[in-house]
Design a protein. Structure first.
Length: 278
């Protein structure tokens, strides 16, 4: 992807994403051939009037402590990323301090100035879930969830979860822009997950991509008592894909798919980067 610049927002309140996921995301930007702009967000908590403030609970003191931890985490993450990417001048790290609740809107707006967003993924981290939901639904740019186990290297093989829907077509267009010339595409369909409008859709898309010069292959699979996400990930990894793309199937469907159930979302065990389009 020529002249690509990726955006990585890091919210530090109530907690930040794990360092391993942050570093994996920074390395994945390099794997995509993208420059990287990182925005960290520290929280500013307005004073809260409370009859308990001076007695049972020191609310002001707790707020100040939370602000200090958040700011220190921003400074630490900035140093961590700059130390890891010091050989890459196209990496920028900017710290922000925003009032409580403003980070998601700020990150969503800022993401629109870049080609794609990279989100360090931790299924048990509330700030990561909230950021994913906001950017996927509202930013209008491709969003890639990057698990801490992501390996580095050139991304030249992608998998697309295909069901002929509008959002799947959006995901396909987004991910093809990332794929270098001569790259490979694996088209995945799960035959028994839901009723498809026609048969052989993976083969049809693979043939269309082949006509466009891509090295494409169709793979049909079944759930076999697995979740849909486990099935897709198993197939993508078995085929050797380094990135999987999929559409969001609509607001409520996507929330259940990725973010549902706090720590028990379908992507609670994310094993490769996943590009999401909505």
């Amino acid at each position: 992807m020529q002249n690509c610049f990726a955006y990585m927002p890091l919210n530090t309140y109530p907690e930040a994403a794990p360092d391993a996921a942050v570093l994996a995301s920074a390395r994945f930007a390099a794997s995509l051939g993208c420059g990287l702009h990182v925005s960290t967000f520290a929280v500013d908590i307005p004073p809260v009037a409370s009859p308990l403030g001076g007695f049972l609970i020191n609310i002001d003191g707790m707020a100040q402590a939370a602000e200090a931890r958040s700011k220190a985490e921003c400074d630490r993450l900035k140093a961590l990323i700059e130390g890891t990417t010091k050989s890459r001048p196209e990496t920028q790290v900017v710290n922000h301090r925003l009032v409580l609740g403003a980070a998601l809107d700020a990150a969503t707006t800022e993401a629109r100035y870049f080609d794609l967003a990279l989100l360090p993924w931790a299924a048990d981290t509330l700030s990561a879930q909230d950021m994913a939901q906001s950017l996927v639904f509202e930013s209008g740019v491709p969003v890639i969830l990057v698990p801490p186990t992501t390996t580095t290297g050139r991304v030249d093989h992608i998998a697309i979860a295909w069901d002929e829907s509008r959002v799947a077509a959006r995901a396909l267009g987004d991910v093809l822009r990332i794929l270098p010339a001569g790259g490979k595409v694996t088209v995945l369909t799960v035959k028994d997950e839901k009723a498809l409008r026609s048969t052989g859709i993976a083969q049809t898309l693979a043939a269309a991509l082949t006509l466009r010069g891509f090295n494409a292959r169709a793979v049909e699979t079944t759930l076999d008592r697995r979740t849909i996400a486990a099935t897709l990930q198993d197939s993508a990894l078995n085929e050797g894909a380094q990135l999987m793309a999929m559409g969001g199937f609509g607001h409520s469907r996507l929330r259940d798919f990725i973010l549902g159930g706090a720590t028990k979302g379908v992507f609670g065990d994310l094993r490769l980067p996943v590009l999401l389009a909505h």
